[in-house]
Design a protein around this ligand. Sequence first.
Ligand code: ADP
Length: 951
Amino acid sequence: MAAVSEADAEATGIVGEFLSLKAETDADFLVMQVGDFYEFFGEDAETVADLLDLKVSQKSSHGSNYPMAGVPVDKLTPHLKQLVERGYRVAIADQYETDDGHAREITRVVTPGTLLETTDADAQYLAAVVRVSPERYGLGVADVTTGRFLVTEVTGEDADAATDRVFTELYRFDPAEVLPGPEVRNDDAFLDRIRERTDATLTLHQADAFAPGRATHETKAQFGQETLASVGLDDTAGASRRNENPQVQAAGALLSYVEETGTGVKASMTRLQSYEGDDHVSLDATTQRNLELTETMQGDRDGSLFDTIDHTVTSPGKRLLKEWLQRPRQDLPTLRRRGDGVAAFADSALARETVRETLDGAYDLERLASKAAHGSADARDLLRVRETLALLPEVADAVASDPTLSESPLAEIVTRPDREAAAALRDELDALADDPPGTVTEGGLFRRGYDDELDEIIDRHEEAEEWLATLDDREKRKTGIGHLQVDRNKTDGYYIQVGNSETGKVPDRYDRLKSLKNSERYTTDELDERERQIFRLEERRGELEYELFGDLREGVAERADLLQSVGRALAELDALASLAVHAVENDWVRPELTESGDLRIDAGRHPVVERTTEFVPNDLRMDGARASSSSDRTASSSAPATSPSDRESAAGRDGERRFLVVTGPNMSGKSTYMRQAALITLLAQIGSFVPADAAEVGVVDGIYTRVGALDELAQGRSTFMVEMQELSNILHSATEDSLVILDEVGRGTATYDGISIAWAATEYLANQVGSKTLFATHYHELTSLADRLPGVQNVHIAADESDGDVTFLRTVEDGPTNRSYGIHVADLAGVPEPVVERSRDVLRRLREDEAIDVRGGQSGDGGGQRGGESDPQQVVFDLGSGQFRGGDDAGGDGAGGSDDAGSVDVESVDTQSVDPETEAVAEAVKDTDLSDTSPIELMNRVQEWQERLRE
Ligand code: ADP
């Protein structure tokens, strides 16, 4: 609230009224109607003028000047939208007539979550979050523009898990505004996370509204006792007696906020849906971003998965398809029903196109229902309702008359809405004229035959108009005046106009109204009488039609649920037809959905990349945990380690593929291959066809990704910290039924650190979690894990090398990549031969499971001579434990990995008989902290050292 200065306090008149209204609201701005304008005053005027590029003028009030900025009444909406979309809350004070003049009061507070004037096809959610214990939350979301109202309960094993899930849900709805409940609003970390992770405006709605008693009352009053019971919210024996059902608390807060902001759309909120978070596939914020579901990593909508597959023809269809994409399901019957619908549409091109063409004429019934409830729908809006309702039987016919469609679940979709009720409402709306005006106060809204009184008014009006229309002829005849015409304008009303040359013929019964340059205007008693009659009739007609229209609109608002169910059915058809169109145009196949968890893809493609690239298809085969006994995996809870028993069990499950280590050169297609697996799974779990020749998709309970440190780096976030947070989240959340995609874990830190973390994470995922995992790495060392861990296998992206050129074949083959292209690249870049040779040597040893010696100060010997037994400074990478160790315990029993694995002891390098330059280099080698040096940098330094030594 803007501070009211002393001068303000004394302000009277308009400004004073503004300031006192402003003091009533905690909105960021107040805009007040003054006649035909909406005005901002004082500070608000200056800020808003700046934001909206308005002109500021000065309003003087009792000796003081106040800045003032305004917009005409009919231009408020676009300005309002701009303010609200920037996250501001704007209170509107309307002017209304009273017996002695007029008064003003705040009628609405428009906020990002309650903006009705949106034209965006996307849903616009207002969310409320309630915490009843650290592990238990209630979440409610409502879309005032469509009347959608959803609640869910979110729980977790511990506080962190519960919070993570709340954010997963929130991110999925991408709310425009969040109302944090009393418990979370003092939790700064929680609020910060909302601010950082969503674009939502945070609004502190009154705490009382969240109180269990009041919230239960509100919710019951809105949806009825039965609805509460039917969605399992009215547990009279349990929760509600203790008065703590977080879903109801969230719902109650939303309702009271919608009421308080004066949106007036509660009537369109007809259905409370409680959804089970468990049925949905967990897709956290990072994963949605990494998989570029609705926008690319760069934040563009173009090039996202949604943009690629969306062929819907209506806004509600678009909204629904996006919702499906953001909320994939595990529920096989639902998915199979959708799949059947897509398949039917895919098979019947002709009927599909008929349905789509028909749907093309459909308007957004959910939004129209909300407008009707709010009272802002005009006759054209109701006409749109009528036209859209009329499409239902057309679409139903198209479905019924096609043998394939009529046998599919599509038939159920079109028969789901109450068609009789829809037809009845349509008939009622037949009252509307075919081309009504955009205003509802001036008549012309209705057809004849709707209302007797109206018809009579119209008859008499027409009769009077007819009389007027023929008046000039009659008068010409009576008076013999040739240049005579009858007309009407605002100031003079009806008049008879006579050219100057003939004013002499004007009879006595004409009363002169005014003289113009070339003519005179007259009226007569009879004309006056007719005029009064016409005005009376017009006024009465306007009033009566406005009244009738109000009733009609209310009738529509009362049937919001009908409009929503018709709208929903049309949207479903649109979304399913859209999936069919994409499938047919791109040769996608219907996946077989199973409970086994197995993932088998023949000739799979990346759904987005295949649109722009000559794509090389790839196979993928992964086994789900559900297919095999998993007791040994789930029972173990100790720290991860590659124990002998693990190795035995790995041997026991030979050939099982649950964890694929994906290797291959940079840019060879590793990320694409892994994302393709995730996207095919996700598409299958929205009911879509998938880009492959054949696919079996075992449903997953969640998809988790950790991809691309580079993007984070560009955003200036601490790369390694973010990487580890994301990894931690995955290790906590993924289950054996999840699909995990890891792209280069551990890259953000020094090599030894990185390998160690990647190694340990792999062990943990393979042993403890048991998820299906695809893990791309440039740490070749990790490929040896395949021999040691259950279900871990290597695959690589093939490349062909000839004449020193590497060609990426993009095909995926079993086994680790057979050469390091990193060394190849180093060679091409001119890294001295000894270094390249030595790299190959180290690599060979790593692969052959041999300890690597760290070599002393010899140089320039072509790398042929390795440190002998007496060499005291060996550092060994032990593949058994995945640890680097100093020479002393090299080749030991795998226990006791050293903490300072990254620091190589070069203290005893023999420097006695060397020249100062060599000594300096040796010093530099000694001072190099390996744990803090990237491989590239190391390579550069080695090169520099070698050059110095050669000199
Ligand atoms: P990596 O993760 O190995 O660095 P990417 O997956 O980022 O490689 O792929 C590198 C480039 O190759 C991308 O431009 C991608 O579009 C293209 N690409 C990847 N896989 C294929 C494929 N199977 N067919 C055709 N192009 C591909």
